[in-house]
Design a protein around this ligand. Sequence first.
Ligand SMILES: Nc1ncnc2c1ncn2[C@@H]1O[C@H](COP(=O)(O)OP(=O)(O)OP(=O)(O)O)[C@@H](O)[C@H]1O
Ligand SMILES: [Mg+2]
Length: 265
Amino acid sequence: MTLLSVRKLNIAFHNKPILKNVDFNIRQGEWFTLIGESGSGKSITASAIGGLLPGEMIITSGSICFEDKDITMLSNKEFRKLRGKEISFVFQDYQSSFTPFIKIGKQMDEMIQAHCQLTKEERREKALEALEEVQLPAERVYDSYPFQLSGGQLQRASIAMAMMLKPKLLIADEPTTALDSITTIHVLEIMANMKKKMNCSILFITHDIRQAKKYSNTIGVMKQGEIVEIGTKETIMYHPSHPYTKLLLNAAPTIRRLDQNIVLQ
Ligand SMILES: Nc1ncnc2c1ncn2[C@@H]1O[C@H](COP(=O)(O)OP(=O)(O)OP(=O)(O)O)[C@@H](O)[C@H]1O
Ligand SMILES: [Mg+2]
C-alpha cells in the first residue's frame, strides 16, 4: 500500500528551480533512502513533505499525497496536526529537537497533550515507554534537561519523541552525522527495530552509502534538484544505470570490497 506519493514536484526560490519534477512513492513499512550530493535537494524534499519549507520557497507544481490526500493544500494549522502524529522528524541537529531549558519529560508531555486526549498519568506512561523503547534510562531522562544528556542519548530521546505517537512516516534527515560510529550503529538499529515493530515507513536521508545499503528497501539518487535514478537497493548498489550513481558508488569503493571479503569468508 502506498503511503506517500510525491508527484512531479517542482519547488522554486525566487524563480530559481530548487526541485525539478521530483517523483517517488513510499509504501507502508518501506525504508526509502535519498542519497546525493550536498545541495541536491534532499532536505528540501523532506521539508516539503512536512510542511516546513523555508519562507519564500514555493511549490510551483506537482503534488504530495499522504494516504491519498494532497497535503500541499494544507494550512499551517492542519500541518501542525499532521506533524508529530502522522509524520514525524528526526534531524541531524538533535540539539534543536528540544528546547534547552525545559526538561525532556515536560516537552514530551506537551507533545502528547497537543495530539491526544490522555490523563496526566497516561501521558507520563506513554513518554516513559517511548524512552524505554530507545533503550534509555527512562525515569532519569524524563527528568533531565537536554544539556544533561550526551549527543547519542539526546538523539535517541528525539527518536523516542518522534516515534511516541506511532507516526506512519518517520523522516530522518542525516540523523547520525553528528554522532560517533558506535552510537551511529546503535541509533540506526533502534530505528530499524522500531520500523519493524510499528510497520511505519521511513524516509531516510544520508551521505553514507553503507547506511543506505544496510537498511534501505528502495533508494533514490538526487543531483541538482532531480531524482536521477530510483530503484531497489539491489539495483542501485549492483546494477546502477545513471553515471552519477556509478560515480557515487565508486567514491565508496570499500562496500564492494567488504562484500567480497564477506563472500570469501
Ligand atoms: N533556506 C533556504 N533558502 C534558500 N535556499 C535554500 C534554503 N535551504 C536550502 N536552499 C537551497 O536549496 C537547494 C537544496 O538544498 P538542500 O538543503 O535540500 O540540499 P541537501 O541535498 O539536503 O544538501 P546536504 O546534503 O548538504 O544537506 C540548495 O541549492 C540550497 O542552496
Ligand atoms: Mg540536507
